[in-house]
Design a protein around this ligand. Structure first.
Ligand code: PEP
Length: 264
């Protein structure tokens, strides 16, 4: 029988290095990572180093299919915001993506849904694609509040956003109990929430938007579990923390299809 082409969206796999890697460590990583990648990528691949490595990373990935992202942005254009970085500054050093509302920023720096909404708007105004993060704590999951929490975060983040922009947003479902803990959500747990997110998008923006938006899974993604997560209908990629710090391991995650074939 001829193979039926998959209706899935093009996968996106992003590395979130958090506060790790100096410029010289960035250089070592990117050179090794590029050597480990196949000539043609089946996914969009994004590396999000710390701000201090962005310019160098840009020069190293120039001419490759790997794109650059920031881990955070400020929602303002410019001015008296000591220590902050504007979206336009990030675009100027080559960023195409920005992670917004990561749970560490929500929990450690008090970012609210209202602030995240402003940051998403500012990203779009500067042609940066937001990778907007949502996810529940362990306590919320145990109290059966996962879908309620995620729905509140999504509605809060996207409120008032024009449909054309919403279609281009990337969402990342990152259960907080799975981040950096080694506990991955099972494919069934991930799929349940990803489908619920797609239904929220359908309800608010219609089928076309809900079918266009890429929803990444994040939370202890590793070379060994990427293929099974990607096999879920509504999982369109991964946002990878710890396992993206090692060039070989991140390249294996990006190459998850060949790993699956090898294991079959
Ligand atoms: C993250 O922080 O976005 C993340 C998913 O981290 P880890 O992969 O280490 O769980």
């Amino acid at each position: 029988m001829p193979e039926v082409s998959s209706p899935k969206r093009r996968p996106l796999i992003a590395a979130n290095w958090k506060m790790n890697k100096t410029p010289s460590e960035t250089e070592l990583f990117i050179n090794e990572f590029l050597r480990a990648l196949p000539p043609k990528l089946d996914s969009d691949v994004v590396v999000c180093p710390p701000f201090t490595s962005l310019a160098l990373a840009r020069s190293l990935i120039e001419g490759t299919a790997v794109a650059l992202g920031a881990q955070n942005i400020n929602e303002n254009v410019s001015g008296a915001f000591t220590g902050e970085i504007s979206p336009a500054m990030l675009v100027a050093v080559g960023c195409h993506y920005a992670i917004i509302g990561h749970s560490e920023r929500r929990q450690l720096y008090g970012e609210t849904d209202a602030l995240i909404k402003k940051k998403i708007k500012a990203a779009f105004q500067n042609q940066l694609t937001p990778i907007a993060c949502v996810g529940e704590t362990l306590q919320e999951r145990e109290a059966n509040k996962t879908l309620e929490v995620v729905e509140r975060q999504i509605r809060g983040a996207l409120e008032g956003l024009p449909s054309a922009e919403t279609q281009r947003i990337v969402l990342a479902y990152e259960p907080i109990w799975a981040i950096g803990t080694g506990k991955t959500a099972s494919p069934a747990q991930a799929q349940e929430v990803h489908l619920a997110i797609r239904n929220i998008l359908k309800d608010q923006y219609g089928s076309q938007t809900s079918l266009s938006v890429r929803i990444l899974y994040g939370g202890s993604v590793k070379p060994d579990n990427m293929a099974e997560l990607m096999a879920c209908e509504d999982v369109d990629g991964g946002l990878v923390g710890g396992a993206s710090l090692d060039a070989k391991s991140f390249a294996e995650i990006v190459n998850y299809k060949s790993k699956k074939r090898a294991g079959q």
